[in-house]
Design a protein around this ligand. Structure first.
Ligand code: NAD
Length: 298
């Protein structure tokens, strides 16, 4: 049994922390939302009063926060307040599973290294369903020995663990994947909306495309049309899941990277603009598959 501090207990972090608890670890949790902490306490985790409190006595720290600015402010501090690195003991392993800029992971890892702390990036794919089932895919940026240290914990939360490269490489793999996912969700939504406008049953059409050359993860597990997949956010009013604003953030990270590397990502750029319009229209908190509403005749 290891004492693990888990910070960030949202749609993804909550179920991931529960899986570490179920595996028999002593899990100390903190989130800015009291409700999120209460859910974990009901599963046997220990509530901490602050992130500083959570890391006391922890051998491993896991973070699952929204974006780069949250991770940087937490670990390095903000407005003169000290960062969490100053409260974490030497030799602790820190696993950040948030999707953030590779440069931010590298900046935090450098400061952690100077303090004798192992910091790795391990963003995930698989959605809230994968987080609950413990079948996430981890894309890890770390040294080989840091990865070996992290594996026993990652294996309790995921089914696939990939070593993408050195610190930051996990984030780069993740934004490539999410750029593709963002494009695929828009394309899938367009195709279903076109079929429905022509009188096709969305369930029948989705099944035809799933088993044809248009098959993809959205058609397999995360259909954007309500009622096709009972477990998908589309069938639950687009509540929970992966927020439109989080997809917009990831597509923005991909575009920033494309500019830096002079890469050509025309569809990624277009997908970012589509999710931005969807967010501005007031749908930022809804699951990203709700983008179909922008493309379908009401
Ligand atoms: P979420 O908004 O549901 O949860 C984020 C949590 O972090 C919230 O509970 C919030 O209160 C908490 N938080 C923010 N700042 C904090 C701080 N300083 N201290 C403590 N808690 C703080 O987001 P999510 O859907 O769980 O996503 C988390 C990360 O995982 C994001 O980077 C996202 O891009 C990525 N991700 C999400 C999914 C998904 O399907 N939802 C899938 C893969 C990756």
């Amino acid at each position: 049994m290891t004492t693990i501090a888990f910070i960030g207990l949202g749609n993804m972090g909550g179920p991931m922390a529960i899986n570490l608890k179920k595996a028999g670890h002593d899990v100390r949790v903190f989130d800015l939302s009291k409700d999120a902490v209460a859910k974990l306490v009901a599963e046997g985790a220990t509530a901490a009063f602050s992130a500083q409190d959570a890391v006391q006595g922890a051998k491993v720290v896991v973070t699952m926060l929204p974006a780069s600015q949250h991770v940087e402010a937490l670990f390095l501090g903000k407005d003169g307040a000290p960062g969490l690195l100053s409260a974490i003991a030497k030799d602790t392993l820190v696993i950040d599973s948030s999707t953030i800029a590779a440069a931010t992971s590298q900046k935090v890892a450098k400061a952690a290294d100077a303090a004798g702390i192992d910091f790795i990036d391990a963003p995930v794919s698989g959605g809230t369903g994968g987080a609950i089932a413990g079948t996430l895919t981890f894309m890890v940026g770390a040294t080989a020995s840091q990865l070996e240290r992290a594996k026993p914990y990652l294996e309790k939360m995921g089914a696939n663990i990939f070593h993408a490269g050195t610190v930051g490489a996990g984030q780069t793999a993740k934004i490539c994947n999410n750029m593709l996912l963002g494009i695929l969700m828009v394309g899938t939504s367009e195709a279903i909306a076109l079929g429905v406008a022509n009188g096709l049953d969305p369930k029948v059409l989705s099944e035809i495309m799933r088993r044809s050359s248009g098959g993809n993860w959205a058609l397999e597990k995360y259909n954007p049309f309500p009622g096709v997949h009972e477990a998908a956010p589309a069938s639950k009013g687009y509540v929970g899941g992966f927020g439109t604003d989080l997809m917009l953030k990831d597509l923005g990270l991909a575009q920033e990277n494309a500019i830096q590397t002079q890469s050509s990502t025309p569809l990624g750029g277009m997908a970012r603009a589509i999710y931005a319009a969807h967010s501005i229209a007031g749908n930022g908190k809804e699951d990203f598959s709700s983008v179909i509403k922008l493309l379908q005749k009401q």
